[in-house]
Design a protein around this ligand. Structure first.
Ligand SMILES: [Zn+2]
Length: 271
């Protein structure tokens, strides 16, 4: 074998080694990147259903200056939906996007039809004490956490009566252990969702005393969808009535709700 031939062979071996190195490096890089991308693709978008309370013939609570609950909850729900959609990780549905009357059961039915991962009903309160103000969050419980919560649930549940529809609840006597387990799991998830809302919004929004409560709300009865009802504030308080109409304040609430949802999914993932 001549020297030239040996050199040629050595060059080929070296080229081969370099090529192997490049291929290995490219494989490694290619494996690392698409793995992340594959995970991102495999992760399905989460569906959040936002439910602006009342609407149409049902104005909900009315402030001293004549502000309707149905209007400020729709405006805030839209801000919330926009802020959430901007994160590009969620499908966002509004049970109503116009000033229409929608029975409570239809709101829950829409959340089911859209296979919601979370359901958030948006309301604003009116309390007998005009001094009281602040945001609060409710979860479903047959046993109300206190008398005010029970009274509030009763007034929110009246929405269907206002619209001329007899409020009938989903059957509760389904003797199914699995359903019971699902309910319990959903209830625990709903409570942590409410806690996240209080933690995140409590940073820059005035909260009602004991802001996390529970009561028997007809709109929170889906057994398999973690749900909470947010009372944005007290329309009965003139200062809060003014604030709740301001777009800047609505956007501040919307940002807090987005943070709450991100914090909830970071801890729990989809149910
Ligand atoms: Zn309401």
């Amino acid at each position: 074998m001549g020297q030239a031939r040996v050199n040629c062979l050595r060059r080929r071996v070296l080229q081969g080694l370099v090529l192997c190195g490049v291929v290995a490096w490219r494989c490694e890089a290619a494996f690392a990147q698409p793995a992340g991308r594959r995970a991102a693709l495999a992760r399905r978008l989460l569906t959040i259903v936002i439910d602006p309370g009342h609407g149409g013939v049902d104005p909900g609570a009315i402030g001293p200056d004549g502000v309707y609950e149905k209007d400020i909850v729709l405006a805030t729900a839209r801000e919330f939906a926009r802020a959430l959609a901007a994160r590009r990780s969620y499908h966002v549905g509004l049970t109503r996007s116009t000033d229409e009357f929608l029975p409570l059961r239809k709101r829950v039915a829409r959340a089911h039809a859209w296979k919601a991962d979370l359901f958030l009903s948006i309301h604003a309160d009116a309390l007998p004490d005009k001094e009281m103000r602040g945001l609060s969050v409710f979860t479903q419980s047959a046993q109300a956490s206190d008398r005010e919560a029970a009274a509030l649930a009763m007034s929110e549940n009246r929405a269907d009566l206002v619209g001329g529809i007899n409020l009938s609840r989903q059957p509760r006597d389904v003797g199914n252990i699995l359903l019971d387990l699902t309910r319990r799991q959903t209830s625990n998830s709903s409570i942590s969702l409410a806690r996240d809302v209080v933690d995140q919004l409590g940073r820059d929004i005035v909260m009602l005393e004991r802001p996390q409560r529970s009561a028997d709300f007809a709109v929170l009865t889906a057994p398999d969808i973690p749900s909470a009802l947010v009372e944005l504030g007290c329309l009965s308080n003139p200062k809060e009535e003014r604030l709740l109409q301001q777009r800047g304040y609505q956007q501040k609430i919307a940002r807090g709700l987005v943070r709450a949802i991100e914090s909830y999914f970071a801890a729990h993932g989809a149910v």
